[in-house]
Write a protein that binds this ligand. Structure first.
Ligand SMILES: *Cc1c(COP(=O)(O)O)cnc(C)c1O
Length: 457
């Protein structure tokens, strides 16, 4: 075996098609439902929010879907991304395990999110959409979509969770550099925002509220504006499979196949992007790979949420989907620094967890930042706090391999860098972070609010 660190592909190796796991799915995925009628959503309902091409991708069962050349041309600015063997980390841990990571932080906005942002902006431009709306928490998604909208000359309105808008200016500035308009949510621009502000003028905002505002802004624009979502939906996960398709070739270059694949999950897109092209071989050839989806103990959607139909947003305007959920009224605690705050999960990931193909793991935040700092000191890259959840479990797997005396092959997704999240690292280094376990009572309370759906469980 070679002693290589980096496994690099050329521009011609950028995938020409995305992989659609729905072609090989082992079970039926329950359909998304209309938030009012609770009947399966029609393309008509979705077309208020999304261009038809993305709606077709949402429901497609074709195994491969062509990546348009203009999208691939923009991918060429940073793709293929490197696959790196963490040899220095392996040495520091004194483990026989081989640790590989796919590094998506080399994109212009610093995460995997432009992989779908570019595709979504392209299909909207082709469909004649005049402007896009979206929400963002700390700004990873907003800055990715701002980058993409700029490339296709589409104006963009971003509803940014107010507490992040006030405390984290740098990603807002990045969005503004790319020409987006950014508003602190709840705003007085939408009916839902005004309602929230009337009840509570100091409401700090939440992802669920910001989604509702962005959806309303598109739905009431008379067809001029469309809405764009950075995770959860099938077409978003589809676009992210460029990660895993490249990683398959790169693992081949390394002469290995992963025993375990690890990714952090918020809505599930970076995890699915890496995992699904490998899961293909589990589903079709029976390869035995363990897939670990990692979440924070402060927002334990897969490990402690319920698999049920729930609303995608706080205002109950988005479709109802079958997924693991903490309830659409979920508000993560302010002391939680690591992101991954969405109350729900991508329906395909939830279904694969239920069927036992994917195993969820929750990690507390102090151990997560500890792992991220150990990684930074050995590999030289400061992980995004979200990605640090995957780093934690990769290190735990490497230590377990050491105890077992096994040469385990570990692959994880380093979904982004943490250069805009240094305040969270500062809090960790000063000893100010505390672990938080979301209380059972709060989950039970919020789950009383899920919709009653006949066909649900
Ligand atoms: C947004 C984000 C995540 C979480 O979103 P997923 O859709 O679950 O991937 C993870 N890592 C980074 C760096 C992010 O920006």
């Amino acid at each position: 075996m070679s002693d290589q660190f980096r496994f690099l592909l050329g521009e011609s190796d950028i995938p020409k098609q995305w992989y659609n796991i729905l072609a090989d799915f082992p079970v039926e995925v329950p359909p998304p439902l209309h938030p009012v009628t609770k009947e399966p959503v029609t393309p008509d309902f979705l077309s208020v929010l999304f261009p038809m091409e993305l709606i077709m991708q949402e429901v497609s069962t074709d195994r491969y879907i062509d990546i348009p050349e203009p999208v691939r041309d923009i991918y060429r600015l940073w793709r293929p991304t490197p696959l790196i063997r963490a040899r220095r980390l392996e040495k520091a841990l004194d483990t026989p395990a081989h640790i590989y990571y796919k590094y998506e932080g080399v994109s212009p906005s610093g995460s995997h999110k432009p992989n779908t942002a570019v595709a979504q902006a392209y299909y909207n431009k082709m469909a004649g959409t005049q402007a896009l709306t979206t929400e963002t928490g700390a700004g990873q998604w907003g800055s990715a979509l701002a980058l993409a909208a700029n490339f296709f000359d589409l104006p963009l309105e971003v509803y940014m969770v107010k507490v992040s808008y006030n405390q984290k200016p740098y990603r807002r500035i990045l969005m503004e550099i790319f020409g987006a308009q950014v508003f602190p949510s709840p705003t007085d621009r939408t009916e839902f925002g005004r309602k929230i502000l009337a009840e509570d003028p100091d409401n700090p905002g939440s992802l669920g509220i910001a989604i509702s505002e962005a959806v309303e802004a598109a739905a009431t624009s008379g067809g001029k504006k469309k809405y764009s979502l950075g995770s959860v939906l099938n077409h978003v996960l589809l676009h992210q499979t460029v990660i895993g398709l490249e990683a398959l070739k790169q693992m081949d270059m390394a002469g290995e196949y992963p025993d375990v694949i690890i990714g952090a999950v918020g809505g599930g897109s970076n995890f699915a992007g890496l995992a699904y092209p490998f899961l293909y071989y589990t589903l079709t050839e029976g390869k035995s790979t363990r897939f670990l989806a990692v979440e924070p103990t402060a927002a334990p959607t897969l490990t402690r949420g319920k698999y049920t139909y729930d609303y995608g947003d706080t205002a109950r305007m988005a479709p109802i989907v079958m997924m693991h959920t903490l309830g659409h009224t979920f508000m993560p605690p302010p002391i939680h620094a690591g992101g991954l705050r969405y109350h729900g999960m991508a329906p395909t990931i939830s279904a694969l967890v239920k069927e036992g193909y994917i195993h969820p793991v929750a990690v507390p935040q102090v151990a997560t930042f500890e792992a991220a700092v150990l990684f930074a000191r050995n590999e030289g890259i400061v992980p995004a706090p979200e990605s640090a959840h995957a780093v934690r479990v990769a290190i735990d797997e490497a230590l377990a391999a050491k105890r077992a005396g096994e040469e385990r092959v570990i692959l994880f997704n380093l979904s982004g860098h943490g250069h805009f999240d240094l305040a969270a690292y500062d809090a960790y280094l000063k000893g100010e972070l505390e672990d938080y376990y979301y209380p059972d009572e709060a989950i039970e309370e919020a789950l009383k609010q899920v919709p009653q759906v006949e066909r649900g469980e």
